[in-house]
Design a protein. Structure first.
Lengths: 110, 111
């Protein structure tokens, strides 16, 4: 079993739709969680960190469920520009290791 | 401008010919890391460095070496490249355990 697992998709949604991605992790000692966005083999860029209490940034909401060991990303009112691959990242405390999920591909269509 | 730079961006080489991919950051970050990205396998960590002269293996270190003699530079060395090291390579840096800033990537082909 992979340390971090994501549904690869692809998710094809119309503009304006709400879409949610989940990411499960196996190491219960994991402490830091992030969502990154990657466009067509370009470098990944941080979308948002994920905090225990959940956090929101505009149309994006991230949640952490430690009991079930998953994080989620909710995108509301999808835009064409949201089309990308979304990567979840899990890090143990005070360690340099980062484990990336394989990514979930989202395509938003007019 | 805060950035991570990698060179070269594209490289085609032959099996066994030693090569170095450079990585440099201008943000005074302690933490730097190298990843490779392959279709269907996602981003996998090769090596990371928590600070100068401190390096550690990631998930796929075989066939690679790194060094961290200065804070800003973290070169990736392939002593004897093989075709299975054909990949897209990313360098990243961060301040502590937070947001990682990625370089633009190096597309390496080993024939």
């Amino acid at each position: 079993r992979k340390e971090v697992e994501q549904d690869p998709g692809p998710f094809n949604v119309p503009e304006g739709a709400t879409v949610a991605f989940n990411c499960t992790y196996s190491n219960s000692a994991s402490q830091s969680f992030f969502w990154y966005r990657q466009d067509c083999r370009k470098e990944p860029k941080l979308l948002m960190s994920v905090y225990s209490s959940g956090n929101e940034d505009g149309r994006f909401t991230a949640q952490l469920n430690r009991a079930s060991q998953y994080i989620s990303l909710l995108i509301r009112d999808s835009k064409l520009s949201d089309s990308a691959t979304y990567l979840c990242v899990v890090k143990p405390t005070n360690a340099g290791k980062s484990t990336f999920g394989d990514g979930t591909t989202l395509t938003v269509k007019p | 401008e805060a950035q991570v730079t990698q060179n070269p961006r594209y490289l085609i080489t032959v099996t066994g010919k030693k090569l170095t991919v450079t990585c440099s950051q201008n943000m005074n970050h302690e933490y730097m890391s190298w990843y490779r990205q392959d279709p269907g396998l996602g981003l996998r960590q090769i090596y990371y460095s928590m600070n100068v002269e401190v390096t550690d293996k990631g998930d796929v270190p075989e066939g690679y070496k790194v060094s961290r003699k200065e804070k800003r530079n973290f070169p990736l060395i392939l002593e004897s490249p093989s075709p299975n090291q054909t990949s897209l390579y990313f360098c990243a840096s961060s301040l502590g355990q937070g947001k990682q800033y990625f370089g633009p990537g190096t597309r390496l082909t080993v024939t």
